[in-house]
Design a protein around this ligand. Structure first.
Ligand SMILES: *[C@@H]1O[C@H](CO)[C@@H](O)[C@H](O)[C@H]1NC(C)=O
Ligand SMILES: *[C@@H]1O[C@H](CO)[C@@H](O)[C@H](O)[C@H]1NC(C)=O
Ligand SMILES: *[C@@H]1O[C@H](CO)[C@@H](O)[C@H](O)[C@H]1NC(C)=O
Ligand SMILES: *[C@@H]1O[C@H](CO)[C@@H](O)[C@H](O)[C@H]1NC(C)=O
Ligand SMILES: *[C@@H]1O[C@H](CO)[C@@H](O)[C@H](O)[C@H]1NC(C)=O
Ligand SMILES: *[C@@H]1O[C@H](CO)[C@@H](O)[C@H](O)[C@H]1NC(C)=O
Ligand SMILES: *[C@@H]1O[C@H](CO)[C@@H](O)[C@H](O)[C@H]1NC(C)=O
Ligand SMILES: *[C@@H]1O[C@H](CO)[C@@H](O)[C@H](O)[C@H]1NC(C)=O
Ligand SMILES: *[C@@H]1O[C@H](CO)[C@@H](O)[C@H](O)[C@H]1NC(C)=O
Ligand SMILES: *[C@@H]1O[C@H](CO)[C@@H](O)[C@H](O)[C@H]1NC(C)=O
Length: 443
């Protein structure tokens, strides 16, 4: 009776090793799969934290009934008093007048298709100081002049389909105008802002705006963002009257010519971006007179000349981007200055180089090292300086950088082997026990 069990053992061992290897394959990454089970099971148990305002709490609104109807026509929820704070979606803000309160601020966002503006509704909302639209692709209509002149702040982000300069120009008392991601048709910016005597903050960005920068700008402007348009021509030297201007963003236009020499008269400037235009000439010396300059982005233009050393004396400078221009000469910065900056970009200036005694090649500035004449050494060193011998070692370095991923793969290998062995061994043990039990029954 002893030979048949032995045969059985062999047969079963064969099939056991086959199933063990199959099992090993199906559970290739047990360590990674196991913890993933808990988070995938949890989303089903997470309830949406939104609470629906219960209609039972609807109180008698103190809002002007005409305005209440106007809000309803704009699909603003009025089940709850729109003057109660915080209002649903922060859509409304009211004054404190009696017997009726009035809406002073209205924010329409994420409008559905059935919302439309009506002249009557807008006329009854002439108490508004602030009106804003976000993601409301509804059709703009002519605004009643009471409302147009009452508005101090108007904002339109990705809303109202398309606008004209003339339409916007009716908001003559605005201090804040923001239009982003809406095409604005106008023969020039002056059409839009020509009447706005009190404007402080002007943003018309990504609006396909054409024409040039007006020679006459309101002197109290503190913020100007005209980025992402199709503005042409020069930056007028009259811009220098804006002595309260804190931020100027003219990036991504088609501006050309040199910066006005008196650019530094903009003494309140903190943030400037003139990136992605066709500006040329050198950085005006007058910029050294701007005491609080934090952010200077002149990238992707055709600026030339040398990089002025006075930039290192600008105590508040944190962000300096001079990439992709035609600067030449020796970069006048040392490591302690660059360490102070949060952002520094200089690559894409082919005739610019750095002095190896003051700046390490490890900084990977993206420009060539200077030779002893102060000219760029021929191969722009993207990696280390001693090019010939270092190619091998940099390959080695790259291997180290990618080590994390290759190490991970390395971990999977041994894990699979260990797991397979464990499964095979345990199934052999199980089989032997099983066979012993079987043979006991047989006897
Ligand atoms: C409403 O505005 C307040 C303060 O401005 C803000 O804290 C809150 O998150 C806003 N709520 C919503 C739903 O936007
Ligand atoms: C906008 O509205 C749609 C449906 O009306 C909704 O699914 C979406 O979450 C809303 N988005 C925001 C940012 O409120
Ligand atoms: C708005 O400007 C007009 C002149 O354009 C002026 O007569 C009116 O008083 C101003 N209204 C407000 C509310 O400031
Ligand atoms: C921008 O203007 C050009 C020419 O005027 C026009 O072809 C293009 O469609 C406009 N783009 C948008 C988004 O309106
Ligand atoms: C600019 O602001 C000052 C003070 O804030 C004010 O006296 C002056 O009238 C303003 N100028 C214009 C043109 O609004
Ligand atoms: C200037 O830019 C920084 C980011 O670089 C930003 O945090 C800050 O609010 C901006 N300041 C102004 C006045 O625009
Ligand atoms: C200027 O505008 C662009 C695009 O709108 C934006 O990415 C950039 O951060 C702005 N820069 C400054 C300094 O405000
Ligand atoms: C710099 O650009 C200006 C304007 O395009 C040009 O007149 C000048 O010759 C250029 N200077 C150098 C050194 O390339
Ligand atoms: C770096 O340059 C700045 C400004 O030119 C200077 O004040 C500082 O002493 C220099 N630091 C070193 C370590 O050379
Ligand atoms: C680089 O800097 C060192 C020390 O500051 C100076 O002696 C040397 O002349 C500089 N090299 C060039 C090419 O300017």
């Amino acid at each position: 009776m002893s030979p048949p069990p032995l045969l059985l053992v062999l047969l079963l061992l064969c099939s056991a090793s086959a199933t063990a290897s199959a099992a090993g394959k199906s559970t290739t990454t047990p360590a990674a799969a196991a913890p993933a089970i808990t988070p995938t099971s949890s989303p089903a148990t997470v309830p949406p934290p939104k609470t629906i305002p219960s209609p039972s709490t609807s109180t008698h609104s103190t809002l002007d009934p005409k305005q209440l109807r106007a809000l309803q026509s704009l699909s603003i929820p009025t089940a709850k008093d729109p003057c109660a704070q915080p209002s649903p979606h922060n859509a409304t803000l009211c004054d404190a007048e009696s017997p009726f309160r009035h809406v002073v601020s209205l924010h329409l966002s994420n409008c559905s298709d059935d919302v439309s503006l009506s002249f009557t509704a807008l006329k009854s909302l002439s108490t508004l100081h602030t009106l804003s639209f976000t993601d409301c692709p509804i059709t703009p209509i002519r605004f009643p002049s009471d409302l147009a002149l009452a508005l101090r702040s108007f904002s339109c982000a990705h809303s109202l389909k398309r606008l004209t300069g003339v339409w916007l120009s009716h908001f003559a008392n605005l201090t804040d105008l923001t239009v982003t991601d809406v095409p604005v048709t106008a023969s020039g910016l002056y059409v839009v802002i020509g009447n706005m005597r009190e404007l402080r903050s002007l943003t018309i960005a990504n609006a396909n705006l054409t024409g040039s920068i007006p020679k006459h700008l309101v002197e109290n402007l503190t913020h100007v963002d005209l980025s992402g348009n199709r503005l042409k021509g020069r930056i007028p030297s009259s811009i220098a009257i804006l002595e309260n201007l804190e931020s100027l963003n003219l990036s991504s236009n088609s501006l050309a010519g040199e910066l006005p020499a008196n650019f530094g008269d903009l003494i309140s400037l903190k943030n400037v971006s003139l990136a992605s235009n066709s500006l040329s000439g050198s950085i005006p010396d007058s910029i050294s007179a701007i005491p609080g300059l934090e952010h200077l982005d002149l990238s992707s233009n055709q600026f030339n000349g040398t990089i002025p050393k006075f930039l290192t004396d600008m105590k508040h400078l944190k962000h300096l981007n001079l990439a992709n221009n035609g600067f030449h000469g020796i970069l006048p910065f040392n490591a302690s200055f660059l360490k102070r900056l949060e952002v520094f970009k200089i690559r894409g200036n082919d005739n610019l180089c750095y002095n190896h005694t003051s700046l390490s090649s490890k900084l990977k500035l993206g420009i060539a090292q200077c030779d002893k004449h102060g000219l760029p050494m021929s191969p722009p060193p993207s990696k280390d300086l001693t090019s010939g011998g270092d190619d091998d070692s940099s390959d080695y370095d790259d291997g180290d950088d990618d080590g994390s991923s290759s190490k991970k793969e390395g971990h999977h290998g041994p894990n699979k082997v260990v797991l397979g062995l464990a499964i095979a061994l345990s199934s052999i043990v199980f089989l032997i026990v099983f066979l012993i039990l079987l043979s006991k029954r047989c006897t």
